[in-house]
Design a protein around this ligand. Structure first.
Ligand SMILES: Cc1cc2nc3c(=O)[nH]c(=O)nc-3n(C[C@H](O)[C@H](O)[C@H](O)COP(=O)(O)OP(=O)(O)OC[C@H]3O[C@@H](n4cnc5c(N)ncnc54)[C@H](O)[C@@H]3O)c2cc1C
Ligand code: FES
Length: 511
């Protein structure tokens, strides 16, 4: 047995010498057949589950920061003391065990009760919790908020209104495993239907809010229904930018935002031989990778010289292009579609591409019309303060629509990242309960294309230098996006731990 495997099989019940436990290091072993990690922090010892409750990331490969444990895959943050999932994307706690030190040995004893719902206390300023909460949006931010409101002990009426036809689901997976046929429908839910019943979350699906009356504290639905609220969270996300193409029929063009969109693409892909993807952003490229895994020929047509160049720079863009080319994707960069004639796409450069259907991934815009019409302050998104409160007291915004003061860049920013949306929903929930928690997480996103996953922390809209360490083309590297000496953002491939370390350093403003 390899040494690593042997270490993983070590039974913590037998105890370990204290001197073997280095402060902040993670030691792996087992208790009654369950994988456990043991962590020392000064004179405190913690034993928690070794598997992330999000997508089973190995926490033994993660990072200890203060008394938290971070997952290497998508940066969920767990409390070592309680096992609570402090920050999304994990929502469920990890198990924890009682640890006992006797002289110079540490023993892991019985499993402790799972971290549960808290008792609701009054807010910091002694206010009562709101009489009712309405959340507009059943996506990442909406669910993050609803879940946190209940976790924090809020037991008042809680209504979540969603235009979607499905309960909150794993939107990032639509272009990845779901499209590639590797994730069945039932894996896509963030919570099972029973959860909403048990938690008394009134989840309205296929329900679109058509107007907000903030002075009257009412939301009006398209179907004529009206809901009153004392606190409101707007989490309406984004909608795809629509492209008008001469000659195109609506049945030829697909966008990918909702589960219904993804199901429509999957159904078309079942009989397709060639698909054109317009746009070389993350979503377009993930779609290309998933369709290639189904054996479908893919052409990518996009302006610009390299895919994903605007966010990741030309060097990473070139690597991504080569990755896709190696998997058989044909690129038509620097071009757009001027016209569609039957199954032929005529390109601005004079070329022609045949396609059974077209997926358009040309960006999204935040869904701010309700907020604008209600008179909230907007600026390419809904403007919020550090507590995610809008220009109207008691009205919060989170997720793709929120433009917030980012303490790391010192700028008002808005991002379209799943984890940020969930985390903002969580922080907004605490502030709805009067906790006055600042949203100061460092933005994080990831993309998965074939076997290459890119993790990215920070936020860089413009930078003046890019520093690459390692081998970009061997998919083992880190990339720093810098302005002067300051690292604005840090991307890694196959270096998850470095990415976590950069996140923690950015949190403490050390880079
Ligand atoms: C295919 C795809 C792949 C992605 N991959 C990644 C990835 O790999 N990594 C990453 O970090 N991010 C990824 N993203 C982005 C990520 O999913 C979003 O940033 C995130 O979902 C935003 O969450 P949100 O809650 O703000 O909005 P959404 O999740 O879009 O939810 C918005 C909700 O509001 C509802 N709504 C809108 N208007 C109304 C209305 N008037 N009335 C009622 N309800 C309304 C919608 O129906 C929906 O339920 C991906 C997105 C897509 C589409
Ligand atoms: S698997 Fe741990 S955060 Fe996703």
């Amino acid at each position: 047995m390899a040494q690593d495997e042997e270490a993983k099989m070590r039974d913590f019940v037998d105890g370990l010498p204290v001197r073997d436990l280095v402060d902040g290091a993670i030691t792996v072993g087992q208790v009654a057949g369950e994988d456990v990690v043991l962590v020392r922090r000064g004179d405190d010892f913690f034993a928690v589950g070794a598997i992330c409750s999000h997508y089973h990331g190995e926490l033994s490969l993660g990072l200890v920061a203060g008394d938290t444990l971070r997952c290497p895959l998508h940066h969920a943050c767990f409390s070592l003391r309680t096992g609570e999932a402090l920050r999304a994307p994990a929502l469920d706690p990890i198990p924890r065990w009682h640890v006992e030190r006797i002289d110079d040995r540490v023993f892991v004893r019985e499993k402790l009760p799972e971290f549960g719902r808290k008792q609701l206390c009054r807010s910091d300023d002694g206010q009562k919790p709101p009489a009712s909460v309405v959340i507009i949006g059943g996506g990442a931010a909406g669910l993050g908020a609803a879940e946190m409101l209940r976790r924090e002990g809020y037991d008042g009426p809680l209504t979540m209104i969603s235009a979607d036809d499905w309960p909150p689901y794993d939107r990032p997976n639509l272009s990845k495993d779901f499209l590639a046929g590797a994730a069945p429908d039932e894996w896509m839910r963030l919570r099972l239907p029973v959860y909403y019943r048990e938690q008394k979350i009134d989840l309205l699906l296929n329900a679109r809010v058509s107007a907000l009356d903030i002075p009257a504290k009412q939301v009006h639905l398209e179907n004529g229904a009206m809901y009153g609220f004392e606190a409101l969270l707007i989490a309406t996300g984004s909608e795809p930018v629509q492209l008008q193409i001469e000659g195109a029929t609506s049945s030829q063009l697909h966008y990918l935002r909702t589960f219904a969109d993804a199901r429509a693409i999957v159904s078309r892909a079942a009989s397709a031989r060639r698909v054109a993807v317009v746009g070389a952003s993350f979503i377009g490229l993930e779609v290309a990778a998933s369709l290639r895994s189904l054996g479908i020929a893919v052409d990518v047509i996009a302006p610009g010289s390299q895919p994903m160049e605007r966010v990741m720079g030309p060097e990473v863009g070139l690597m991504i292009r080569e990755l896709h080319v190696a998997h058989g994707v044909v690129f038509h960069m620097g071009e757009t579609v001027s016209k569609i004639d039957g199954s032929a796409l005529l390109l601005t450069g004079g070329g022609k591409v045949e396609a059974d259907f077209v997926v358009l991934g040309v960006g999204v815009r935040p869904s701010v019309s309700l907020a604008e019409q209600a008179g909230l302050t907007t600026d390419r998104g809904i403007v919020v303060n550090e507590y995610l409160e809008t220009s109207a007291s008691g009205v919060f915004a989170a997720g793709d629509i929120a433009r917030w003061p980012d303490p790391h860049s010192g700028e008002m920013i808005r991002v379209e990242h799943f984890v940020v949306a969930e985390q903002q929903g969580q922080v907004a929930a605490k502030n709805i309960l009067g906790r006055r928690v600042r949203f100061d997480a460092v933005p994080f996103f990831w993309t998965q294309q074939y076997d290459v996953a890119i993790n990215y922390v920070g936020h860089a809209e413009q930078w003046d230098s890019v520093e690459i360490k390692g081998n970009l083309h061997a998919h083992d590297c880190s990339v720093s996006y810098k302005r002067g000496e300051k690292t604005l953002a840090f991307a890694t491939i196959s270096r998850d731990l470095e990415n976590l370390k950069a996140e923690v350093a950015m949190e403490s403003r050390k880079v």
